[in-house]
Design a protein around this ligand. Structure first.
Ligand SMILES: Cc1cc2nc3c(=O)[nH]c(=O)nc-3n(C[C@H](O)[C@H](O)[C@H](O)COP(=O)(O)OP(=O)(O)OC[C@H]3O[C@@H](n4cnc5c(N)ncnc54)[C@H](O)[C@@H]3O)c2cc1C
Length: 404
């Protein structure tokens, strides 16, 4: 069918990229984007990096102004979907009819305590006004609040040893806070593997991070609070507790639409749920070389959204989506870039030391023949890192020598 009206739900990087890609693929009809946040799309990765690192640069998260010429309904949520009538229902009434729909509603921070709205964290720069409930970091508002709170150098417990927890811990440490990271496994080992996790954890401990855990931690009391109980019963207390225990997809508005499969959205290799509905970004599970997965990363959202836009307009004629993860993180004086699937197992099969301490270029070969390349404090453009991941060191050296 000819698409004259396309609605995009979600105005994060996946929604923005989908709008841009629809236009660059030739869609010149009516485009409407619905975004629950009141802001233009911004960089979430910047929130846990630049925004927590002491300077007053609150622009680090900004992205260029959109040029897709869509009608933007910001501060508006989609509350329902009727796939037969082809309408998106909006919070507070109103409906948006569509010929094509892009679902890009992303995810939100998982919490240890339920968010009942009764005691949501409030601003307050002094110790006496510190919130007595769990903080999370997902939105620009969360980042501004956290930055304000850590300015008075409170003691902080961060629960969650993934990349986000480690970045928050690094930022708080940098701001002069005493920080304890609570993690049930070696921090970052689940995401990156033991070798890379060890490099980061050693650097973190050298910089003064206390690491504890050894099992599932919980908050003392039912409403969150500043006390944390470890798996062995030990109780820790701090001025602030920040949890970074993962994310959960924003799919509630799709209840009853018939699109959810055991509560999740599973798209095909062209991002499609149906010929007229695609999904992309943190909200979606998609086929990868390692099975159907949700990969809640920035470049994953961008690559999926590009494929989904073409999938919506061109159907079976669209090229299938092949995905290679790209991931980066910063903290404790280290900057890591990695191309390929992680976690990596065992020691790297290739290791080159660069200039300066902690400067490393590493590669792992996987059983399926694919590779993962990682650069720590090592200057290398992403395309070259990709070539190292895909082709190995000899080919990389030849192409670099040839200036390719
Ligand atoms: C602090 C932080 C640091 C990160 N750092 C990194 C990093 O270093 N590297 C990396 O690769 N990734 C990182 N990520 C992950 C990365 O930011 C996400 O994978 C990416 O932002 C996902 O984009 P998205 O558009 O799919 O979802 P989102 O960014 O979640 O955007 C979805 C948007 O849809 C809106 N929405 C939800 N429901 C509705 C509804 N019903 N109606 C209308 N709008 C709705 C949401 O409010 C949101 O604005 C980080 C994430 C965070 C939070």
């Amino acid at each position: 069918m000819t698409m004259r009206r396309i609605v995009v739900v979600g105005n994060g990087i996946a929604g923005l990229t989908a709008c841009d890609s629809l236009r660059s693929t030739g869609f010149d009809g009516e485009l409407t984007v619905v975004g629950a946040e009141r802001h233009q799309p911004y960089s979430r990765p910047a929130l846990s990096k630049a925004l927590l690192h002491g300077d007053d640069d609150l622009q680090a998260h900004e992205l260029p102004q959109p040029t897709h010429d869509a009608t933007e309904l910001l501060g508006v949520s989609a509350s329902g979907l009727d796939v037969d009538a082809r309408v998106v229902r909006l919070d507070g009434g109103g409906e948006l009819p569509y010929d094509g729909l892009v679902i890009a509603s992303g995810s939100r921070a998982k919490r240890l305590a339920p968010l009942d709205g009764a005691a949501a964290p409030q601003r307050g720069g002094t110790r006496g006004q510190l919130p007595s409930r769990e903080l999370t970091l997902r939105t620009i508002e969360d980042a501004v609040l956290l930055k304000e709170l850590v300015a008075s150098r409170p003691s902080v417990i961060v629960i969650g040893g993934g990349p986000l927890g480690m970045e928050v811990a690094s930022g708080c440490l940098h701001m002069g806070c005493e920080v304890t990271l609570v993690s049930d496994v070696t921090p970052l080992s689940r995401q990156l593997g033991v070798h890379l996790a060890g490099i980061f954890t050693s650097a973190a401990i050298r910089r003064g991070l206390k690491v504890g855990g050894g099992g599932r931690a919980r908050l003392a009391g039912s409403d969150g609070g500043r006390r944390v109980v470890l798996a062995d019963g030990t109780e820790l207390e701090a001025d602030l507790v920040v949890t970074a225990i993962g994310d959960e997809p924003n799919v509630e508005w799709l209840a009853g639409s018939g699109l959810l499969n055991n509560g999740s959205l599973r798209v095909d290799s062209r991002g499609r749920l149906r010929p007229d509905i695609v999904a992309a970004g943190d909200v979606a599970f998609f086929p990868t070389l390692r099975g159907v997965q949700r990969i809640p990363l920035w470049t994953s959202a961008i690559d999926q959204a590009k494929a989904a836009a073409v999938g919506l307009l061109q159907g079976d004629a669209a090229p299938g989506f092949t995905f290679q993860p790209y991931f980066w993180t910063e903290g404790f004086g280290l900057a890591l870039k990695a191309v390929g699937f992680t976690p990596v197992v065992g020691k790297p099969d290739y290791c080159e030391a660069g200039e300066g301490t902690d400067s490393l270029l590493l590669r792992w070969e996987h059983q399926d023949g694919s590779g993962t390349a990682a650069a720590i404090n090592y200057r290398i453009p992403i395309p070259k890192l990709r070539r190292l991941a895909n082709a190995g060191p000899e080919v990389l050296q030849r192409t670099v020598a040839a200036g390719v």
